[in-house]
Ligand binder design. Structure first.
Ligand SMILES: Nc1ncnc2c1ncn2[C@@H]1O[C@H](COP(=O)(O)OP(=O)(O)OP(=O)(O)O)[C@@H](O)[C@H]1O
Ligand SMILES: [Mg+2]
Length: 266
């Protein structure tokens, strides 16, 4: 099995809260080839973050199997970009970007050029010594992204990394991700609410059901690489695929809403 292959079989995760048991994932199966850019869409609360957390080793599963084939010992297996950026407020921007490298035991002299490169890539060179409180939400999200890339894991787990950005910055960062990924061929599992974003980025789009989540549809994305995230939207196939994904997702979003309403009635 190649490093970065993801294999999830019949995964179950249930949370115990004061309101009782919440089945987040039930019978989720997903196989992702090493080097694939895989996008997941699904209704809010269907267990997308839970799936990424299990893969990152942050959340135990109740049953089933979730596995990422590790790279060699020198390279981290998985890195996560969190829904809220996940930066540390007490570190500067540069320290945040270099954090993962520091955790890997990489010396400051070796870290510095990598951090500089990634700060340039996300356009925040001038903010290297600023603290997160001085940055906008979009800038913080870019710092989270740079940190994940600098860490250089075999698999990047990305949880709605661009959701907080304005439309122009989102497009720019989509391009940054595409250029980077086209060059390094790592596996990326990218969670998004945007069908258009999933189509612009992904080799494949996986649609999740309403909670408890499982994969209910897999759509192959035929667009050529290298891709231009902005230009794609005028491709006639874009609209057809969008409609195909939305027709599956629409029913699930409605189901999730009904379930929420029923729970609120209890
Ligand atoms: N620590 C927890 N304790 C109790 N319930 C939890 C916990 N974490 C998640 N849940 C519940 O599990 C379900 C799945 O949550 P999760 O965060 O994985 O959804 P999501 O698909 O990422 O949603 P969103 O699209 O809104 O980010 C939700 O109903 C959530 O309330
Ligand atoms: Mg989430």
């Amino acid at each position: 099995m190649r490093a970065g292959t993801i294999s999830v079989t019949d995964l179950h995760v249930t949370f115990r809260s004061r309101q009782g048991l919440v089945a987040a994932l039930a019978g989720l199966t997903l196989d992702i080839t090493a080097g694939e850019l895989a996008c997941i869409v699904g209704p809010s609360g269907c267990g997308k973050t839970t799936l990424l957390r299990v893969l990152a080793g942050l959340q135990p599963a109740d049953a089933g199997h979730a596995w990422i084939q590790p790279a060699d010992a020198a390279r981290p297996t998985a890195g996560m970009v969190f829904q809220n950026g996940g930066v540390f407020p007490w570190y500067t921007v540069a320290e945040n970007v270099g954090y993962g490298l520091r955790m890997r035991g990489i010396a400051p002299a070796q870290r510095a050029p990598i951090v500089r490169r990634w700060l340039a890539e996300i356009g925040l060179e001038r903010f290297a010594d600023a603290y997160p409180a001085q940055l906008s939400g979009g800038m913080l999200q870019r710092v989270g992204l740079a940190r994940a890339f600098a860490y250089d894991p075999a698999v990047l787990l990305m949880d709605e990394p661009f959701a907080a950005l304005d439309a122009q910055n989102r497009l720019l960062l989509q391009q940054t991700l595409l250029r980077q990924w086209e060059g390094d061929g790592r596996t990326v599992l990218f969670v998004t609410h945007g069908i258009d974003e999933a189509l612009a980025l992904g080799d494949r789009v996986y649609v999740m059901s309403a909670r408890p989540g499982r994969i209910i549809a897999t759509i192959d994305v035929p667009f050529q690489r290298p891709r231009d995230a902005a230009a794609l939207r005028s491709d006639p196939r874009f609209g057809t695929l969008y409609g195909e994904i939305w027709s599956v997702l629409r029913d699930e979003v409605a189901r999730a809403r009904d379930a929420e309403r029923d729970e609120a009635d209890i």
